[in-house]
Design a protein around this ligand. Structure first.
Ligand SMILES: [Zn+2]
Length: 88
């Protein structure tokens, strides 16, 4: 009986940590887990992991690669990361 309780406790702790971990202090955002629709190219926001259409106005070309963002906020965060040398 005791072992089962420990197993449940471990399970609960695991899920708590899983829910808390991720993008640091950033607010959790709604993520699109669905596969891209046919005919519409979706790009992943490197900051928050959201999938956005390629025609987003929030883009940044950096070292030959175009990065796409869901919002100005993420674009700014990415620019900051570049400035701090936290990204390639
Ligand atoms: Zn974003």
């Amino acid at each position: 009986m005791r072992l089962i309780l420990y197993a449940i406790l471990a399970f609960v702790i695991y899920y708590l940590f899983k829910g808390l971990s991720g993008k640091g202090t950033q607010m959790p955002r709604r993520r699109s887990e669905q596969p891209p629709e046919a005919g519409k190219e979706l790009k992943m926001d490197p900051v928050c992991g959201t999938y956005i259409p390629e025609d987003t106005p929030y883009r940044l070309r950096h070292k030959g690669t175009t990065h796409y963002f869901c919002s100005e906020e993420c674009l700014k965060t990415y620019k900051k990361q570049i400035a701090e040398g936290k990204t390639e």
